[in-house]
Design a protein around this ligand. Structure first.
Ligand SMILES: Cc1cc2nc3c(=O)[nH]c(=O)nc-3n(C[C@H](O)[C@H](O)[C@H](O)COP(=O)(O)OP(=O)(O)OC[C@H]3O[C@@H](n4cnc5c(N)ncnc54)[C@H](O)[C@@H]3O)c2cc1C
Ligand SMILES: C=Cc1c2[nH]c(c1C)Cc1[nH]c(c(CCC(=O)O)c1C)Cc1[nH]c(c(C)c1CCC(=O)O)Cc1[nH]c(c(C)c1C=C)C2
Length: 531
């Protein structure tokens, strides 16, 4: 998010706060587009990559296994993914790219029913029938049949919760409680009853507004698509990327068309390969400095035209024409002095997720449920406060190299059978207690063992033989509360009143969505506006 701004003057100084993928990609694109600009990246932690964290454990002496303590896959359909893969190509890392086919077992997903049975999310007529006639299907068939005839809200509303919206469209609360609440666990670690429909289900909300119903809207969209054969087009953001970065347009179009058909992509040695490649490229640019291990504690303006950053170590960095902040609203609120802005930023709470990684060599403990993993809807009793479980070993075993001459398949997975899982817990369930409610590691390992045994019948004895790691990702996912878009517009106005065009905001809270492709695309678009 960037205020109306002019282009940076020649040899301008820019600071980027945060060396997560959002900060690194903004710095990378800006330096590529404007090699005369001096860029300083300030990072609190000693490592770069932010929540992208592909960590290594030793299975046996000298044998490293990658475990993801954050994101691991990218959506193929997102334009930001084309930008990421094309950037990796430019950095000679294309051979590290892997993908999952739509028909792959790793593209199946399960939901946990109230009776603790796993039910497959339909991907065929047979599974659709099984799903709607099962415990999670209540209200789905009738809801869908009646959807086209249900009226919109009586009074025009500017926003509502995603739960409200889904319940209105389906004519019951079952569909939200049994299905959509799980999806909101699997993306926002959030409570569907508190999340903005406009921000998170924007396309559906628009369909209702324009066509009166989702089904009618979708039919109309389908009919207009099948009217004529239109040439495939690059989205505007990718056209701008291709033009400004001097990329071959037909190649970019081909890459985007290919990626759009892939449900997900991953990287050899984990998703951290991307921010790591960006950091290496930035390290080779003479006009870029990365300062790690020193947090920004305060921002100030010196004479109305230059900005300063005060670091926790006591050091002051001065003379910046522009500062890019890529942190959550809560973190940014601690760097500024204006009371009104602080109050506004503090309105956004970021949820905490506890990640529990498990690895066991030699055995496949999830063989009856081969899939991406499962999510837990709010209709489940869920004593463990589990949000969902990702079956990393299944994903890795189904990865295919994106380029034929790339890394051999075996390079992304261990040899033979193994089980690698990531369970995610807490999220909105922790909000009443706050961070003080976080428990010891052994508590979470116990919770996950109990849940896996109950949901999939995995014997505790087998779980006791694996390696466990617990990582709390504190206040990691900003929550898009009802009215978020209006809040963002107001916030942007207030930032301009206070800092003119000297400060811009990037990262999960300020882009199109919370995914890696969204924050990378946002970083490019804002860098292009300044360049
Ligand atoms: C558990 C989890 C799973 C996810 N799964 C997926 C997924 O499967 N697919 C997907 O696309 N996305 C996923 N995401 C989202 C993805 O992680 C984010 O889109 C991405 O990491 C955001 O990058 P960022 O640079 O904006 O923020 P961050 O990664 O938060 O980076 C911000 C950086 O700022 C630094 N910082 C903080 N305070 C200061 C300070 N005062 N001074 C200087 N530096 C500071 C931090 O140390 C950090 O390095 C997931 C997120 C989480 C938490
Ligand atoms: C169980 C908790 C979580 C899982 N992933 C996340 C949480 C909190 C975080 C997350 N997952 C995705 C994103 C990016 C969203 C985007 O806009 O790109 C984030 C922040 C991707 C994602 N994961 C699932 C879905 C449906 C999506 C979005 C689109 C897609 O990739 O298809 C499903 C899912 N997430 C988790 C599990 C266990 C799971 C399904 C079985 C873990």
């Amino acid at each position: 998010m960037i205020p109306q701004c002019g282009k940076l003057a020649a040899n301008a100084n820019v600071a980027v706060v945060g060396a997560g993928v959002g900060g690194l990609s903004f710095a990378y694109f800006l330096s590529k587009l404007r090699p005369d600009v001096n860029v300083t990246v300030v990072e609190a932690s000693k490592r770069q990559g932010g929540w992208i964290n592909s960590s290594k454990i030793e299975d046996k002496p000298g044998h490293a296994v990658v475990i993801e303590k954050g994101p691991r896959t990218l959506r193929g359909v997102a334009p930001g993914t084309t930008l990421i893969i094309d950037t990796l190509k430019a950095l000679n890392q294309e051979s590290a790219v892997f993908y999952i086919e739509s028909q792959s077992e790793a593209n199946r997903k399960f939901l946990l029913a109230p009776n603790d049975q796993l039910v497959q999310v339909p991907n065929s007529l047979r599974t659709f029938y099984k799903f709607i006639s099962g415990p999670l299907g209540k209200g789905f068939g009738s809801g869908l049949l009646g959807e086209a005839f249900r009226k919109g809200p009586v009074n025009k509303i500017s926003d509502e919760s995603a739960h409200n919206f889904i319940s209105r469209r389906f004519g019951n609360e079952y569909v939200s409680n049994n299905i959509f609440s799980a999806l909101f666990h699997g993306i926002y670690a959030g409570d569907i009853k508190k999340i903005s429909a406009k921000k998170t289900l924007g396309t559906m909300v628009e369909l209702e507004q324009k066509q009166g119903s989702l089904i009618r809207g979708m039919i109309k969209k389908y009919m207009s698509k099948s009217d004529g054969v239109s040439e495939p087009q690059l989205p505007d953001s990718l056209k701008e990327y291709g033009n400004l970065m001097g990329r071959d347009m037909p190649d970019l179009m081909k890459l985007h068309s290919t990626l759009k058909k892939l449900p997900m992509l991953g990287l050899q040695n984990g998703l951290e390969t991307f921010p790591e490649s960006l950091a290496i490229a930035l390290g080779q640019m003479s006009n870029v400095k990365i300062l790690s291990g020193d947090a920004s504690s305060r921002l100030s303006m010196s004479d109305g035209s230059k900005a300063e950053i005060h670091l926790e170590s006591g050091r002051k960095l001065a003379n910046f024409d522009h500062i890019r902040l890529t942190n959550t609203p809560g973190v940014i609120s601690k760097m500024i002095q204006n009371k009104d802005l602080i109050r506004q930023l503090q309105k956004v709470h970021s949820n905490t997720v506890v990640l529990v990684n498990f690895y066991l060599a030699g055995e496949d403990l999830v063989d009856t449920y081969h899939s991406f993993g499962y999510l837990v809807p709010q209709s489940n009793r869920n004593e463990e406060r589990l949000l969902g479980v990702i079956f990393d070993s299944v994903i890795e075993q189904n990865f295919k190299p994106f380029v034929k001459s790339g890394v051999p398949h075996a390079a992304v997975r261990q040899k033979g059978k193994y089980t690698k899982l990531t369970a995610m817990l807490e999220g909105h369930y922790l909000n009443e207690e706050g961070l003080a409610g976080l428990k010891e590691d052994s508590f979470y390992v116990g919770s996950v063992k109990r849940a896996l045994s109950r949901h999939m019948g995995i014997p505790e004895e087998a779980l006791n033989r694996g390696i466990w790691q617990v990582t709390p990702a504190k206040e990691c996912l900003p929550q898009f509360f009802v009215g978020y878009d209006d809040w963002l517009a107001q916030l942007s106005k207030r930032f301009v009143e206070n800092y003119g065009s000297h400060v811009s905001l990037g990262g999960m809270a300020f882009g199109k969505g919370p995914g890696v492709p969204d924050v990378v695309m946002d970083g490019f678009e804002d860098a292009a506006k300044l360049a």
